[in-house]
Design a protein around this ligand. Structure first.
Ligand code: PEP
Ligand code: MN
Length: 362
């Protein structure tokens, strides 16, 4: 035991309640030296609250580095003693939970490939019964919010009191800008379902590269996320896993310093008054928009009746293309993206079709 160098670790409840909470460390623990060096450099930034490191690595393909295993846990314990940083590891089985608890790991997290499997989540939840350890659950790799939510419920049912969520993006086919598409509407919905629950963004696994980390982190802060989990490594280019997305502790420090942190709300009266006025305008506009859409559907109903009487199909592709191209042009002038116009008109069009379908078949 390195008694002389031991630093006090803050109580985990304090860390859990801190906003923002910053978790960082290597994708995988590789050697004692790598873990200790990374931990020391992270602690020296003064900006990191928790040290993370993967001990068991779920890799997509066999033959990739699958984690150092239990022998890496004492390295993390030593890093905690020397830096005072609490430690976090990923668990995927009851055995992992058992091993992690033997070493008094402070925070556990459930990986994206595990959240998809209710059997695995249940096994982990059962292994956690009667313990106090906080657990973070990553979103499943597929964009199924009920699986994510189901995982949380399983942990609650097992009596885990401190449950948090990590948004790490969703698998997609083909090359896109992201390794895992953020699909922000999903974490936003989870924040709505679980108000007050810690929600952390993991920009490393969303981006899969270093260049996008800052903007994804900022976006999550702007949306009111409670913290970040970012992979860091003393020698990122030579990391044994996820080399492309890891950054050095020095780069992390610089990035964190440049982020604009925001409060969830303000007590300042002037701000609250201005906000209330603008929100009243938004409410009015939303109200008018809905009335107009209702009117539009009434017209669509009438057209449906004519189509029915004249035995004409509901879908008129030429007409639809005409509407869309006009809307793109107008949208551009108004600063509305093509993506938005497409989604908006798709929704309107589907509702019109459903209305007309009803009329035709009534
Ligand atoms: C990780 O955090 O290193 C990891 C494997 O992440 P995910 O479960 O999000 O793929
Ligand atoms: Mn990783």
């Amino acid at each position: 035991m390195t008694q002389q160098t031991e630093t006090m670790t803050k109580p985990i409840t304090e860390i859990w309640a801190k906003r923002p909470v910053i978790i960082s460390g290597p994708c995988s623990a590789e050697s004692e030296e790598q873990v200790l060096q990374t931990a020391k450099e992270l602690a020296a930034t003064g900006k990191v609250d928790v040290l993370r490191a993967g001990i068991w690595k779920p890799r997509t393909k066999p033959g990739m580095f699958e984690g150092i295993g239990v022998k890496g846990l004492p390295w993390l314990v030593k890093a905690r003693q020397e830096t005072g940083l609490p430690i976090a590891v990923e668990v995927a089985t009851a055995r992992h939970v058992e091993n992690a608890l033997q070493f008094e790991v402070d925070i556990l997290w459930i990986g994206a490939r595990t959240t998809v499997n209710p059997f695995s989540v249940q096994e982990i939840a059962d292994a956690l019964k009667g313990t106090e350890v906080p657990v973070l659950i990553k979103n499943p790799i597929n964009s199924d919010i009920e699986l994510w939510s189901g995982g949380i419920e399983r942990l609650f049912k097992a009596g885990v009191k401190n449950v948090g969520m990590i948004h790490r993006g969703f698998s997609n086919f083909g090359n896109t800008e992201f390794r895992n598409a953020p699909m922000w509407q999903l974490p936003i919905e989870m924040k709505r379902r679980y108000p007050g629950m810690l929600l952390i963004c993991d920009p490393s696994h969303i981006c899969g590269n270093r260049t996008g980390l800052a903007s994804i982190s900022q976006k999550s802060i702007d949306l009111g996320f409670g913290g970040l989990m970012i992979e860091s490594h003393v020698d990122p280019d030579n990391a044994w896993s996820d080399a492309k997305q890891q950054i050095t502790p020095a780069v992390l420090k610089e990035m964190l310093s440049n982020l604009v942190w925001r409060e969830e709300s303000s007590e300042e009266q002037e701000f609250l008054n201005a906000l209330a006025k603008l929100r009243e305008q938004i409410n009015q506009i939303d109200d008018e928009l809905l009335s107009l859409i209702g009117q539009r559907m009434k017209v669509a109903d009438q057209i449906g009746q004519y189509k029915k009487d004249n035995k004409i199909t509901i879908l008129q592709t030429n007409r639809w293309n005409e509407i869309l191209s006009k809307a793109f042009k107008k949208g551009e002038k108004l600063g509305l993206s093509q993506d938005f116009i497409t989604k908006y008109f798709d929704a309107i069009h589907m509702e019109s079709i459903n209305h007309q379908n009803k009329i035709m078949n009534d």
